[in-house]
Design a protein around this ligand. Sequence first.
Ligand code: IPM
Ligand code: MG
Length: 359
Amino acid sequence: MTSYRITLLSGDGIGPEITAVARQLLDAVSDRHGFSLSYNEQPIGGAAIDACGEPLPARTLAACQAADAVLLAAIGSPQYDSLPREQRPETGLLGLRSGMGLFANLRPVKILPALVDASSLKREVIEGVDLMVVRELTGGVYFGTPKGRIEANGQVRAFNTMAYFDYEIDRIAKVGFDIALARGGRLCSVDKANVLDVSQLWRDRVVAMGQRYPGVELSHMYVDNAAMQLVRAPRQFDVLLTSNLFGDILSDEAAMLTGSIGMLPSASLGSEGPGLFEPIHGSAPDIAGLDKANPMAMVLSAAMLLRVGLKQEAAALALESAVDTVLDAGYRTGDLMAPGCVQLGCQAMGEHLLAALAA
Ligand code: IPM
Ligand code: MG
């Protein structure tokens, strides 16, 4: 029987609760589809700070690099906000992305018919939205140098550097074009080329890459306009190609089109080696341990892991249709609750998903 090694990073806040649900579903779906999964659980973020004194212990990174795929829940908690930056949970996540070479972050945003009314936007605006944010993940202002903080002459100045090498833009642009080709054939590259030199290089390289993709309709949009268009007319987008910071911001905005950030999975991929799969929501420390979390983005991330990481398409579809079934039956977690629906906690939602999978 084919067997895959999964490194499981449950992290902080609601992480352990939603990881438990995802693991039960992965076990059930692998059983039914004739392969087996073994798990290597490792600490990251605040959990790793507590256990080992650092947010990304070397053994966690090594276990991720040695896996067939990595499933991460979420990191971060306000209790670590006053630590020096290199000891914060977020630094562990950035170190993992860069240590695994995961330069391409794919964030699909699809409106599920059962949740159209959960959105804060009007039904006629969001119905039929199906887009993909392709975000550069290991460069830009998140990683640029110089960076720091200088105190002199009674003043304090802090700075970061937004920088890209041509090859970093080329490789993420290629991912964007390839995905557009496999989807609706339209790629919208987001930049701020009217102001930023780094964005002008971004645009030049994307235009050059576009020459190789006559089958893809390429457009460009300034990031401020893209933020506006996402809430004005989101159906115009097929694939959005963004730098690291712009994609961070726009993907949260795009997530809210669906009604809850608790529904959206993501995949982070490099040019070789295992991928990392994680919900795009955070660790929600305010509801941690209360059995209120929505495990569906985590389950859908497990589905992406099966599809993209392990090439187990049928198993991925089975998880996705379990989510559809449970939503169609009117079950909701608190974040999605609507009149006439039945509210469930995290564990009970997991049980309903298992039952839908078995049906
Ligand atoms: C995300 C998150 C992270 C990011 C944080 C937790 C470092 O917001 O994955 O979008 O900014 O990339
Ligand atoms: Mg973010």
